[in-house]
Ligand binder design. Structure first.
Ligand SMILES: Cc1cc2nc3c(=O)[nH]c(=O)nc-3n(C[C@H](O)[C@H](O)[C@H](O)COP(=O)(O)O)c2cc1C
Length: 190
């Protein structure tokens, strides 16, 4: 697929199943993430790979978080939280870990981590997979951050769920409106 077609047809996957990326494809995904625009070459991101049985542990983390925030959460609600971590064969959590001593503004460093996540979404499609970007309350939970080895001040900017798009959920991508979000400056042109 031409790169421009890949960009213009990107959309999130509705349902992801196996197979997920193998080790070689995973390395390409991570390398694509590392090729994101990076002001100051700070690499202000961390990529945390979660696959296989580790997803069950992530599901427990999700359920524990819900239980902490809502001690009356029903068994069904807790089961739904656990199941979230199993919705794709591979999860890459992306953390923004800005350097507070850098002259590069924090927001730019966080944007770099977001750009790394986007690169990995697109790379997944380029490799024949698809993905969806989620955050949810777990991304803002200090216990979850600590489990991933990142500080409370850092940001978990993405859980990228990556796998094979289930057929029947992989229809064409309708074109998206963009003209009403574009202006030319100055108007009238000089
Ligand atoms: C930073 C970020 C966080 C997101 N978090 C969630 C989320 O927690 N739950 C969710 O359903 N969608 C979330 N989304 C939106 C989906 O990834 C997706 O973009 C959206 O459903 C629109 O679909 P599309 O990617 O096909 O345009 C998030 C997107 C971004 C960029």
């Amino acid at each position: 697929m031409e790169a421009i077609d890949l960009l213009l047809s990107r959309r999130s996957a509705a349902v992801l199943i196996g197979p997920g990326p193998d080790e070689a494809a995973l390395e390409l995904l991570l390398a694509a993430g590392a090729h994101a625009p990076d002001h100051g070459r700070l690499r202000p991101w961390r990529f945390i790979v979660i696959q296989g049985r580790a997803r069950e542990r992530l599901g427990e983390l999700f359920a524990e978080r819900l239980q902490r925030s809502r001690p009356d959460a029903s068994p069904d609600a807790l089961a739904r939280e656990r199941a979230k971590a199993l919705r794709a064969p591979l999860i890459i959590a992306v953390a923004a870990v800005p350097d507070p001593h850098s002259a590069v503004p924090q927001i730019e460093q966080i944007l770099c981590a977001g750009a790394a996540a986007t690169n990995m979404l697109l790379a997944a499609r380029a490799l024949g997979f698809n993905a969806v970007w989620k955050t949810g309350a777990a991304a803002y939970d200090e216990t979850v951050k600590r489990e991933f080895g990142i500080a409370p001040a850092d940001a978990l900017v993405a859980f990228l769920y990556i796998g094979t798009e289930s057929s029947g959920h992989d229809g064409p991508t309708p074109p998206r409106a963009w003209r009403d979000r574009v202006s030319y400056w100055p108007d009238p042109p000089v």
